[in-house]
Write a new protein. Structure first.
Length: 510
């Protein structure tokens, strides 16, 4: 077999003039899981010219690039691990698993292409190679969107209306004459394949959704749900005011915010204090979707957001100042809108549940130590060392600040836990009164918070993602770990049980 082949390639990003037909491109080598396909037909998609214009420069493979995603052709060579294909098979597929993350340097606009077996399928016998090449990326995107959503009607320009009907649409709308968003009909699913999400949202019915193939992520399908499941309350009171609903609007984001798909949320004492009405004077209006702490995935970014992008795994406390105007739409929901500055990238070694257990408690622990001017060589007594905040005060004092001595209080059953967190002196408050013991400390960190008398430093946390980022090396190295109560995590439909347990004041860690 020849070692060189004809191909179209470009050595720089730019207009269509950058494409050159060459005859000396190297026939690609295959890896063990790949086959070499002799290209019979290749199809172009919008992603091809967007890529050539340099839209995906940051994640693209190096130049020179032979473009092209869709192919139909014949297998001429197979890798040692290939199980389901053999030489002579007629195949078709999109050769790039992820369109935007490192699409292949040597694509389909060539005589031969190396493709992973798993990206290919046998060509339907009734289709020729040209017809088959027209399918992969477009039909896979169409299918994935419908799968994620459920179900559509279509728009086109006048000349293509008959075509739409022949494809099976019941109502064909000529977008050059009518604005679909002004027509009376509403739909369960609007599949936006042009980038008109703002208008599409207007024709979705109550529980429906928009599936958008955005310009920025052409082959990824982003489902923007219009309504979502959430826990909310319309009055202050006991845990009974909490209601599980499915019709809360997905929050709109401001320019400095991102929309986060919540994977895990954690409760803190402030959540039940707020629900009881302790923050009434400064609270947001009803209905309230409560919750401060989350870990999740960014699904949309505001125009001013610089450091986060779609797909980032993040965590944080969504309320900059918990006591003054916490968000009306918090974290006990499928989606929440959060200012970029309140979030940090999730440490890779932690799962979402572990990450959600950190923000408010560890930031409070850190801010208290900072305000006390805590530093290496100082001693500290932590009251309530086994609680959400106290467990982090112990670990930060010992492993981050280099305390000379860490003492902490808890009931008998949690003394061993205190020791495992690094305390030098574990005090069982059911047996000893810490104030009667002979030792004195540079700092006493009261994480019971119901018993403080002057002189003391009293503060309310100002949440900030940069604290999490600062502590990231200690979290990633495992020096500081979230302490999860053995009863956790609670499933989303068991929020009442989670609140009830937290309000018992007996939870260990988070
Ligand atoms: N100012 C702020 O920004 C801020 C931020 C976060 C939290 N807070 C406040 O700080 C307090 C603690 O919050 P948290 O999340 O750490 O609480 P938590 O996790 O709910 O604390 C539960 C723990 O308290 C322990 N405990 C109860 N009575 C105790 C006592 N007399 N001595 C020692 N330990 C005792 C229990 O352990 P045993 O079973 O061993 O008793 C249990 O493990 C809350 O009042 C919260 O509202 C304030």
């Amino acid at each position: 077999m020849t070692k060189t082949m004809k191909a179209w390639k470009h050595d720089e990003y730019g207009g269509v003039d950058t494409l050159k037909l060459v005859t000396d491109a190297a026939v690609p080598e295959i890896t063990d899981d790949q086959v070499l396909v002799r290209v019979v037909a290749a199809a172009l998609n919008p992603v091809d010219f967007k890529r050539r214009l340099g839209y995906f420069k940051a994640t693209d493979s190096p130049l020179p690039i032979i473009p092209g995603y869709d192919v139909a052709g014949v297998v001429v060579k197979i890798g040692s691990q290939v199980k389901g294909l053999k030489e002579g098979d007629e195949v078709y597929g999109d050769v790039n698993e992820k369109a935007l993350e490192g699409p292949k340097q040597f694509g389909t606009l060539a005589e031969y292409i190396a493709v992973e077996e798993r990206l290919l399928a046998l060509k339907p016998k009734n289709l020729d190679f040209v017809q088959a090449a027209a399918l992969p990326l477009a039909i896979e995107t169409a299918y994935e969107g419908l799968e994620r959503a459920g179900f559509c009607e279509a728009t086109s320009s006048t000349g293509k209306l008959e075509l739409l009907k022949s494809l099976g649409v019941d109502l064909a709308i000529d977008y050059t004459k009518e604005n679909f968003e002004e027509l009376p009909d509403k739909y369960d699913v609007v599949y936006d394949a042009v980038g008109q999400v703002e208008k599409a949202v207007k024709v979705v019915n109550g529980s429906g959704c928009v599936v958008s193939i955005t310009a920025a992520i052409p082959s990824q399908v982003l489902k923007l749900k219009i309504t979502m499941k959430a826990w909310k309350y319309d009055e202050y009171g006991s845990v009974d005011v909490m209601k599980f609903v499915t019709d809360v609007a997905v929050p709109e984001i401001n320019d400095d915010q991102v929309l986060v798909k919540v994977v895990a949320a954690a409760l803190n004492p402030i959540d039940f204090k707020r629900r009881h009405g302790f923050l009434k004077a400064s609270d947001s209006p009803f209905p309230i979707v409560p919750g401060f702490d989350i870990a999740g995935v960014v699904v949309k970014v505001g125009s001013q957001v610089k450091g986060l992008k779609e797909g980032d795994e993040v965590y944080g406390d969504v309320n900059a100042t918990g006591a003054s105007g916490p968000k009306q739409f918090g974290t006990l929901a499928e989606y929440t809108a959060v200012e970029e500055r309140l979030l940090a990238l999730k440490p890779k070694n932690l799962d979402f549940v572990q990450a959600a257990a950190l923000p408010l408690a560890i930031e409070t622990a850190y801010e208290g130590l900072e305000r006390a001017g805590f530093c290496e060589g100082k001693s500290i007594l932590v009251l309530n060392g086994a609680g959400g905040v106290g467990s982090f005060v112990i670990q930060l004092a010992k492993h981050v600040y280099g305390a000379s001595k860490v003492a902490a209080t808890s009931s008998t059953g949690k003394i061993e836990l205190l020791k495992s967190l690094g305390v030098d002196v574990a005090i069982d408050y059911t047996k000893d009164n810490f104030e009667d013991l002979p030792d004195k400390y540079d700092v006493v960190y009261d994480a019971i918070a119901d018993s403080v008398q002057p002189p003391h430093i009293s503060f309310f946390l100002t949440s900030d993602g940069s604290i999490l980022t600062k502590l990231s090396p200690y979290l990633e190295s495992g020096k500081v770990k979230p302490l999860l109560d053995p009863k956790t995590p609670f499933p989303f439909d068991k929020v009442i049980e989670a609140y009830t347990y937290l309000e018992s004041h007996r939870a260990t860690g988070k």
